[in-house]
Each structure stands twice: as C-alpha cells, then as structure tokens.
Design a protein around this ligand. Structure first.
Ligand code: NAD
Length: 311
C-alpha cells in the first residue's frame, strides 16, 4: 500500500528523497574499489568526457563529473572539440579514445551541434567503454533484460526508490517522457522491477488523467512545473528528474524540476527535491559503471597477454 498521509504528517511535509547521502555511500565504496584497482593494475582508469562546442549547462554538469572523478581517484579527461567539427572528425576522435588503453569509459556530452548526426556518434563509441549506455548494443541488452551499461540518469531514478525502501513491484508506475536517455530506459528498468508501467509523452492527451493514476510517478520531460499538485493522487511517490534553469525573480537564475514543488508537496508522500535528488546519484552511478568497465578491460588485456589470444 502507498503511504496516504494526512493530518500532522501532511503538515510536516512530504518525505524528501535526497540523492546526496546515497551518492556519498556509493562514492565511499568506489574510492576503495579504485584504490584496489590501482594497486592491482598499476594505474588509475581514465574517464574521457567529450564536449563539442561551448554550452553553459553542459559546462556545469561537466565540472561536477570531473569533481566526482577527483573524489574517487579517477582521472577525468575533458576532450574539448570546436563546434565546427565535421561528423567524420568527431567520430575519428572517439575512435582514438576507443583505442587508448588508458581510457576505460567515454561519455559524449549532449546536445550535439545540429549538423552532427547523433546516430553516427553513438555508433562510434566502443560498447565496452559506453558507460552511459547510449550505444545500441547496451540499449538492446537493457530491453532484453541482460546486463549491459545502463543510462545513469534512468538508473538513478529507479535506484533512489529502491535505496529509499519504496517498493516498486505491483505498483502502478507512470513515466512522463520517452527519451532514449531517461524516460524509455527508466520505463524498462521499472518493468524489470515488476512495476505496471505506463509511459506518457508530448503527444499524450490529458496528462493529468494518467498521472493521477500513478502510485509512483517519474517525471523526465524537461518542462519546468509541468506536473502540478492537482495532477497527483494523495500519497503518490514522485521522482522529479527534470533539471531546468529558470529566472529566480530577483535577476538571477535557479534550478527547478518538472514538478511544481509548492503545489505538489501537500499531496505526495515522498518526492525527490531539485536540486539534490536524482542528480547527485547519477554521477556516482556513472563512476560505478566506469569501475566495471575498467576492471573488464584490464582483465581482458591480462588474458590476452597470458594466452596471446584475443578474448
Ligand atoms: P528530452 O527533451 O530528450 O525528452 C523529453 C521527453 O519528455 C520527450 O520524450 C517528450 O515526449 C516528453 N515531453 C515533453 N513535453 C511534454 C509534455 N508537455 N507532456 C508530456 N511529455 C512531454 O529530455 P531528456 O534528455 O529525457 O531529459 C528530461 C529532463 O531530465 C530534462 O529536464 C533534463 O535536464 C533532465 N535530466 C536530468 C539528469 C539528472 O541527472 N537528473 C540527467 C539528464 C537529464
């Protein structure tokens, strides 16, 4: 049963599902893992972050990733490429990173300039180094329910529920958004957790009709304040994945989610804050993927050296 709150509990406000403590716990484990990795293999793995052109929100995100790398003992390498790069030259740069044995993981910051075909770039990443799960091989593994690299944000939106003790099995779970990086993989992961999943998108008629049915609602639309309190049923658990930069009314800017927190807080039983919810967990999970990628690659290289056979 979902926790339908009333009286004093409602006045006290909803439970805030914060990602930072969970992320800190994951990072602490990873710091030990990467120290052991260095001891065993004699080097720290590198995460290569490819940034095409200057994009302010991306730059903020990248600084966060590079800081997280530093915290856990990973080399972060920012590969900055001019926005006038040709598609071929960009793919060649990615292939160079694929072939570099010191690079264990590659992420390509989105969005890319309009003249670059996304598909070609995604295809050029070695699936073994695709730690944010965007290559068709990893997306296919996810849809079949096999182990691959998961898109970190989608995984974070499910992980925050699981690690907060919120049961997914059997629940009516509604996902707003169907992008390849967040909505769609989140829906597949929620099916894997035995949720009864409905996916809404920009062409869905009467969004509120569907969101009011949710016992768990995941919102990843990139539309500030899209979901308001009147679109929610009492006691629903909400994961707000949206990160939107809006004016704060005093001449500066602030970050808000896709859910209107003020009108939602009296209705929900639990909600992820923005910022401080899904975001911090995303980076920690990404680096846990890097650890797995680095270990797989180091073990494969060692087998190759020992046997002379390419595994
Ligand atoms: P996207 O633009 O690729 O996809 C948005 C999706 O929302 C689409 O499937 C679209 O159909 C749907 N949508 C748009 N308007 C809608 C509406 N009015 N009603 C119903 N559905 C609607 O965006 P994305 O890359 O999936 O990102 C979604 C949000 O998540 C953004 O705010 C983004 O900044 C945020 N994000 C957060 C993290 C994190 O770490 N927390 C990481 C990545 C993205």
């Amino acid at each position: 049963m979902i926790d339908v709150r009333g009286g004093a509990a409602a006045e006290a406000g909803p439970r805030l599902l914060t990602g930072s403590p969970i992320a800190a716990e994951i990072r602490a484990g990873l710091t030990e893992d990467f120290a052991r990795f260095k001891e065993r293999w004699g080097h720290s793995p590198t995460l290569a972050v490819v940034l095409v052109g200057a994009d302010a929100p991306s730059a903020v995100y990248l600084q966060q990733i590079l800081r997280t790398c530093q915290k856990v003992g990973v080399e972060g390498r920012l590969v900055e490429i001019g926005s006038d790069v040709t598609p071929d030259a960009l793919c060649t740069e990615i292939e160079r990173l694929n072939a570099d044995p010191s690079v264990a993981g590659i992420i390509v910051q989105m969005p890319l300039p309009a003249h670059i075909p996304l598909r070609a770039v995604i295809d050029s990443i070695d699936p073994a180094k695709d730690i944010d799960g965007i290559h068709p091989r990893n997306a296919g593994l996810l849809s079949l329910g096999y182990d691959g690299f998961l898109p970190a944000t989608a995984q974070a939106s499910v992980e925050i529920l699981k690690r907060s003790g919120i049961e997914i099995a059997g629940k009516r779970v509604v996902v707003v958004g169907r992008s390849n990086v967040v909505g769609k993989p989140a829906a597949l992961l929620l099916i894997r957790e035995h949720g009864t999943v409905t996916v809404l998108h920009s062409k869905t008629r009467d969004l509120g009709h569907h969101t009011r049915d949710a016992e768990i609602l995941i919102v990843a639309a990139g539309r500030p304040g899209l979901v308001t309190g009147d679109m929610l049923s009492p006691g629903v658990v909400v994961v707000d994945v949206g990160i939107n930069v809006v004016p704060d009314g005093e001449g500066a800017e602030k970050l808000v989610g896709d859910v209107d927190f003020e009108s939602a807080k009296g209705v929900v039983s639990a909600i992820t804050p923005v910022p401080g919810g899904v975001g911090p967990l995303t980076n920690a999970l990404l680096l846990s993927h890097l650890f797995r990628a680095a270990t797989d690659q180091a073990e494969r290289a060692a087998r190759r050296t020992a046997t002379g056979v390419r595994p």
